[in-house]
Design a protein around this ligand. Structure first.
Ligand SMILES: NC(=O)c1ccc[n+]([C@@H]2O[C@H](COP(=O)([O-])OP(=O)(O)OC[C@H]3O[C@@H](n4cnc5c(N)ncnc54)[C@H](OP(=O)(O)O)[C@@H]3O)[C@@H](O)[C@H]2O)c1
Length: 288
């Protein structure tokens, strides 16, 4: 069975690709990207690396030839562009005869969620439901990696200024998402399922601050920021206004408790629980 991944060169896609190479023959894996040169090492190991661009339906039809199961890792385009990219991918998948489509959205995807990307995510899920092709949706929790990457700033600020109030979310590492997606891609009985791929526990921002303080020994306490102030802090950190707004609205979605989803899917699917925020932070601190 040939398994395709588009978005295979990105941070998440590359991890899925690497886990998949432990579960399937390289010759059965088709990695699709606009930049095939970035996956030259995978091509050398036998992966069929193809060019494909979400903006170019013809390129997708060519890239999807012979693919039975196809994982669409969404690009980070703005929502309006994402809808067009999704339409191109689903039409091309139908044209190429793909049998099963899988994609990632985000915890709490549903109409009315204030997260700025949510309309595109709802659209992506709907487009799979209506595709006429078997589908599986994986709704990812917020990436724990991004909190861990931000540790030096958290320590400097003495707080995690997310405007989440006492809402909680299932922060999860990209690696745990990727190994679960790879398991699903080679497995059976995942058709028509929506999985919440989240960490082992739901954490409030106060919990995050306590974990940082315990792991690093630094004084870090939660002082809730207003959404507007959080955007200002991001801008001072060099984050673009667009990304700052996306992040702020994601935290408002957490504040509205839209990310307090059911735990346990990663362990049920793979047999191994996802790593906790404490483990991920401890690893990072130890690596320094
Ligand atoms: N849950 C969360 O907290 C969270 C946080 C961050 C991101 N995300 C989502 O996770 C997904 C992947 O994120 P990431 O961190 O892995 O991003 P990334 O490293 O920037 O990867 C994005 C991938 O999209 C591909 N891509 C971009 N435009 C494309 C196009 N027109 N056609 C085909 N491929 C295209 C890129 O490949 P080439 O350039 O090689 O074509 C790249 O492989 C995104 O949907 C993002 O919104 C979620």
């Amino acid at each position: 069975m040939k398994i395709g991944i588009i978005g295979a060169s990105g941070k998440l896609g590359r991890l899925v690709l690497d886990h998949l190479m432990n579960l399937a023959a390289a010759e059965d894996i088709i990695a699709i990207t606009r930049t095939p040169e970035t996956l030259a090492a995978h091509a050398e190991r036998g992966v069929d690396v193809r060019h494909g661009d979400y903006e170019d339906e013809e390129s997708l039809i060519a890239a999807f030839q012979g693919v039975e199961r196809l994982l669409l890792v969404p690009s980070k385009a703005v929502p309006a562009e994402r809808r067009e990219q999704q339409d191109n991918a689903v039409r091309a998948a139908r044209h190429a005869g793909v049998k099963h489509l899988l994609t990632f959205t985000v915890s709490g995807t549903s109409p009315g969620n204030p997260f700025a990307i949510n309309p595109a995510l709802v659209y992506a899920e709907m487009s799979l439901f209506q595709s006429g092709i078997a589908w599986t949706i994986m709704r990812n929790g917020p990436y724990a990696d991004e909190v861990v990457d931000w540790l030096p700033s958290i320590i400097e600020l003495g707080t995690v200024p997310y405007p989440t109030g006492n809402g909680k979310a299932g922060y999860v590492s990209r690696d745990d998402i990727a190994r679960t997606a790879a398991t699903i891609l080679v497995g059976e009985n995942h058709t028509g399922k929506i999985y919440d791929l989240v960490g082992p526990e739901l954490l409030s921002t106060e919990d995050l601050c306590k974990t940082v303080a315990e792991v690093t020994g630094e004084a870090v306490v939660y002082v809730p920021a207003e959404a507007g102030d959080y955007v200002e802090i991001c801008l001072e950190e060099g984050v673009s206004e667009e990304l700052a707004t996306i992040l702020a609205t994601m935290y408002i979605s957490i504040a509205e408790k839209r990310m307090e989803v059911r735990l346990g899917a990663i362990e049920r699917i793979t047999g191994t629980p996802p790593r906790s925020m404490r483990e991920l932070m401890t690893e990072r601190v130890a690596a320094k």
